[in-house]
Design a protein around this ligand. Structure first.
Ligand code: BGC
Length: 453
């Protein structure tokens, strides 16, 4: 990059070093794909693997599922209650949505407090919609954490992610915890008909109207994917007869065969789940801002950016730079980078020189580009697993703010597909899949109800 201080070799050398450690070359992508396949194989066979490959007890939608459901969505800083109607012809209507912010005290307190809070939100929703509390209703519960399911409506939390640490939940059946909390406040007739990961909801919702959709991906606060696997290939499977397909929740955020930079090591060590979810910590919205922050903190220490005392304070504070700030900065194409100015001066940093602004944007791009290239490598792994010669069209249903809102994210992913597959890259079609957590979960509840009956 061309900057004023380019005369200093220390500066040049360090910027080149950053460019090198955040780059993911085409050859590296190919190695990642190979490692993904070996981890997938191990996970499906029940061997130790960073990819858990969790059976979801459901397959994709047929587009004929019908009924009225209340969907619950817990997976980030909000909890949502959604009333969904499915018309049986591919049509869905969201009849009502309530959104509740989950305070840190619930994310980090006891599981009992968290589930009591959720139960009270459900009660508030029902009262607000004049639904009698004793009415029999089916719930579809999207719970976006790694869950080892024992059937379509039961499963134990394997580990928390995305900053949740609520005690007494890991190892417990999520549906039992919810039922207990509902009983405590006198709600007895709500039945959880489906417990669903958000990726599975996304795939099922998209495939309700788009039959060639065969991968569901989340690129948001966290990251993960799922795809339909032949039951016969799920070697660890001890359930139904091995015919047909079942969607596998890969929990790819935990993939760990990756080159990690010293900054990634810092982020991992400071997280509530060190050693886990290494890919997620390099890719997802919860962490990109933090990665950029620790790089800038280092640049300040080396006297290569923002020569102002207050900048040191700003970039030393955990969480002071959000992925959203990066997104705004990268979207700013003006020469004087007003967005950087706005962000920095909001925190009372003075003496903002142009060179520092350019460097911040440059490093931001290195971090977001690495995220997009790793996401593309992971998507390519799943598609090649299903279709090694990429003969067919695969629609990838993707939800989450990184994919939806981050400037250039989709283009950066598609560049990788072109590098790998040349003209065949057109067989991988990334499309936004809206609200799998509500609609998708309701469809799965309907599938479950139809197979039960
Ligand atoms: C969780 C996954 C989830 C993903 C996206 C990850 O942290 O482990 O279960 O699908 O976030 O929400």
């Amino acid at each position: 990059m061309s900057t004023k201080t380019k005369t200093t070799t220390a500066y040049d050398e360090f910027v080149s070093y950053l460019e090198k450690i955040f780059a993911v070359s085409t050859d590296e992508v190919k190695v990642i794909i190979k490692d993904f396949h070996s981890e997938m194989q191990k996970g499906l066979s029940g061997f130790e693997s960073s990819l858990k490959m969790l059976p979801s007890f459901t397959d994709r939608a047929k587009g004929i599922e019908k009924g009225k459901f209340i969907a619950l969505d817990l997976g980030g800083t909000n909890f949502r209650v959604i009333a969904v109607d499915l018309d049986g012809k591919g049509g869905t209507t969201i009849v009502g949505v309530n959104k509740y912010v989950i305070d840190k005290q619930y994310m980090e307190g006891s599981g009992e407090q968290l589930f009591d809070f959720i139960a009270n939100c459900i009660k508030g929703f029902m009262e607000g919609k004049n639904i009698p509390l004793d009415k029999k209703l089916e719930l579809a519960f999207t719970f976006s954490f790694p869950v080892e399911q024992t059937n379509v409506a039961a499963g134990k939390l394997l580990t928390w992610t995305k900053g949740f640490t609520a005690s007494g939940v890991v190892g417990e059946d999520i549906v039992v915890l919810l039922n207990e909390a509902l009983r405590k406040i006198g709600i007895k007739n709500l039945k959880v008909a489906a417990l669903v990961n958000d990726t599975v909801g996304t795939l099922v919702a998209k495939s309700y109207t788009e039959p060639s959709c065969d991968v569901g991906v989340i690129l948001g606060t966290g990251t993960n994917a799922c795809y339909p696997e032949k039951i016969i290939n799920i070697r660890k499977w001890r359930g139904m007869p091995p015919k047909g397909n079942m969607i596998i929740n890969m929990e790819w955020g935990n993939f760990d065969k990756l080159f990690v930079s010293p900054y990634d090591k810092d982020i991992d060590a400071a997280s509530p789940n060190p050693g886990k979810h290494r890919l997620e910590k390099m890719v997802s919205g919860m962490f990109l801002g933090e990665i950029l922050r620790v790089v800038v903190r280092d640049l300040i220490k080396r006297d290569l950016i923002f020569k102002d005392e207050s900048a040191t304070n700003l970039f030393s504070k955990n969480g002071s730079l959000k992925t959203e700030n990066m997104s705004n900065i990268e979207a700013d194409t003006s020469d004087n980078l007003g967005e950087v100015e706005a962000f920095i001066s909001k925190h009372n940093v003075k003496n903002i020189d142009q060179n520092s602004k350019d460097l911040l944007k440059h490093v931001s791009k290195l971090v977001s580009k690495r995220s997009a290239r790793l996401s593309a490598a992971a998507i390519a792994s799943v598609v090649l697993w299903m279709d090694p010669e990429l003969k067919n069209k695969h629609v990838i249903g993707i939800d989450g703010s990184l994919f939806e809102k981050y400037p250039g994210y989709k283009d950066m992913m598609e560049e990788v597909f072109i590098e790998l597959f040349k003209t065949h890259a057109k067989n991988i079609v990334c499309e936004h899949a809206r609200d799998g957590s509500g609609v998708g979960a309701a469809i799965i509840a309907a599938i479950a109800a139809s197979t039960e009956g």
